[in-house]
Design a protein around this ligand. Structure first.
Ligand code: V47
Ligand code: SF4
Length: 388
C-alpha cells in the first residue's frame, strides 16, 4: 500500500482528531511520544492500526519476510529463580524432574546437523546453580572448534548476570571473554516487563531492568548485537508496555545494537499464573502493530511462531511483522510446556517459505545478522487449496 492509498483508507475510517494527528505523524516519519503510544493502544482499532503498521513495515522492508535455519539448545531447565509465568523450570531441589545436558550432549546436538545448512545455534536455558561461566565458555569454544562458521546466539541477560556475578567478572570482562570464545549475539529473553511494580509480582528475584539494559548496552559497545523481548498479555497495563518499549528505544538511540524486537505472548498452562487469562487475538494484533509504530529505530519485528502458533504468526505478517525466526527443528520446550499450540515446533524450509508466500510476501532466508542468504522470489498467485 502506498501513502496515498493509506491516506484514503484512513479517511474512510473517520478517525477521531487526536488519532488522525498521530497517524499523520507516523506517515511523515516522525517519532510518536509515550503518551501517543498509550493512546494508540487505548483507542486504536486494528483495521487502521494494522494498515499503518503494514505501511511502516513495507517502507522498511517492502515485501521481504525473513527467516533463518536454526536449532535451539536448552542446556538445562534447572533454575535458581521462580518466575511465576514459567512452566519450564525446576528448582535445584527438584532437579530429578528436569534435565541437565553435559558439554558432550550439547556437542552431539550440533554434530547431528553436520552437512545441513543451518546458520545459527540459539542457546537459552534455566539458571543452574552449578553450571558456571567456565562451563559455558567451554561450550562456545567446543561448538566453534567443530563448526567455526556457525553463528552462536546465546544466553539471556538473566543467565549472563548470574554467571558473571558468580565468576566475579564485570559485564565487560565477561562478555569480552565469551566473545573471544565464540559468542556472536545475545537473545532477547529475560526482559519480561521492565517496570519494577510488575517485575516484583512476576519475576521478583531475577535481574532488574537496569542491569538487563546495562548488559545489552555493554554487549553493543563490544560489537555483540542482541535482540529484545517483552512478555505481554498478563497483569501489565498499556502504560507498562510503552514504558518497556521506551526504555528499549532510548537504548537503541544510543547504541543501535538491537536487531529485532519480539513480543512474547504470555501462555498460561502449567505455571503459577494459570488463573490469568491469555490475551485475545485483537490484543495480540494491537501489540504487534503498536510495537512496529513505536519502535521506529529497531529494524525488525519478529513473530516467534513456536509461541504464537504458525497461523497467528502468518497473520501478523499483515500487521507489521517482517521476521518469523527460524525452522527450529523441534529443539525448544519453553512454549510447548506452557501450552502453546506447537507441541513439537519444526518447519522444513519448504513449509516456512510456503507459509510466507501464502501471506503474499517474499521469503528471504537470512543469517543471524539479517544478511541475505537466499531470496525465494516474488509470491505467485496462490491457488485455493480447500479449507484446511
Ligand atoms: O524470557 C517463559 C519467555 C523467554 C513463558 O532473541 C514465556 O531471537 C510466554 O529468550 N509464556 C525466553 N513466554 C525465550 C527467548 C527467545 C525466544 C525466541 C526468540 C528469541 C530471540 C529469544 O521466554 C523468557 C520469557 O519471557 N517465557 N515462559 C510463558 N509461559
Ligand atoms: Fe528461570 Fe528463565 Fe524460567 Fe525465570 S523464565 S524461572 S529465569 S528459566
Amino acid at each position: 500500500m502506498d501513502r496515498i492509498q493509506l491516506m484514503q483508507l484512513l479517511q474512510s475510517c473517520h478517525l477521531p482528531n487526536d488519532m488522525q494527528r498521530i497517524a499523520e505523524k507516523i506517515m511523515q516519519g516522525c517519532r510518536i511520544s509515550p503518551e501517543e503510544g498509550i493512546q494508540l493502544f487505548e483507542k486504536g482499532n486494528i483495521s487502521w492500526l494494522g494498515a499503518l503498521a503494514n505501511y511502516v513495515r513495507e517502507q522498511k522492508h517492502g515485501n521481504d519476510t525473513y527467516f533463518n535455519r536454526n536449532v535451539h539448545i536448552e542446556p538445562t531447565n534447572v533454575c535458581v529463580y521462580s518466575c511465576k509465568f514459567c512452566s519450564y523450570s525446576r528448582l535445584y531441589k527438584h532437579r530429578e524432574e528436569g534435565w541437565e545436558l553435559s558439554l558432550d550432549d550439547m556437542l552431539h546436538i550440533v554434530e547431528r546437523y553436520d552437512g545441513q545448512p543451518i546458520t545459527e545455534v540459539h542457546i537459552v536455558g534455566g539458571v543452574h546453580p552449578k553450571l558456571d561461566f567456565y562451563f559455558f565458555k567451554e561450550l562456545l569454544q567446543r561448538i566453534k572448534a567443530h563448526r567455526p562458521e556457525i553463528h552462536i546466539k546465546a544466553f539471556t541477560a538473566v543467565e549472563l548476570y548470574y554467571m558473571f556475578k558468580k565468576a566475579h567478572l564485570s559485564y565487560e570482562e565477561g562478555l569480552q571473554q565469551l566473545k573471544e570464545a565464540g559468542l556472536n549475539s545475545i537473545p532477547g529473553g529475560g526482559a519480561e516487563i521492565f517496570a519494577p511494580e510488575i517485575r516484583e509480582q512476576i519475576c521478583a528475584d531475577k535481574v532488574d531492568a537496569e542491569n538487563w539494559l546495562k548488559i545489552h548496552e555493554t554487549a553493543h559497545r563490544l560489537g555483540i548485537p542482541s535482540n529484545a523481548t517483552m512478555l505481554y498479555g498478563h497483569i501489565e497495563t498499556y502504560a507498562h508496555r510503552i514504558d518497556h518499549m521506551e526504555r528499549l528505544r532510548q537504548l537503541q538511540d544510543k547504541t543501535g545494537g538491537f536487531n529485532c524486537f519480539i513480543p512474547l505472548k504470555f501462555r498460561n498452562k502449567h505455571n503459577d499464573m494459570s488463573h490469568v487469562p491469555e490475551s485475545s487475538v485483537i490484543e495480540d494484533i494491537k501489540m504487534y502493530a503498536v510495537a512496529r509504530l513505536y519502535l521506529d529505530n529497531i529494524p525488525h519485528l519478529k513473530a516467534y511462531w513456536p509461541m504464537l502458533g504458525r497461523d497467528m504468526a502468518q497473520m501478523m505478517l499483515s500487521f507489521g511483522v517482517d521476521d518469523l525466526d527460524g525452522t527450529i527443528d523441534d529443539s525448544t520446550k519453553i512454549y510447548s510446556m506452557a501450552g502453546a499450540e506447537e507441541q513439537h515446533p519444526a518447519m522444513a524450509t519448504e513449509e516456512i517459505t510456503a507459509l510466507i508466500r501464502k501471506a503474499h510476501r517474499v521469503p528471504v532466508e537470512r543469517n543471524s545478522l539479517y544478511e541475505v542468504v537466499q531470496r525465494f522470489g516474488e509470491p505467485a498467485a496462490i491457488p485455493y487449496e480447500g479449507l484446511s
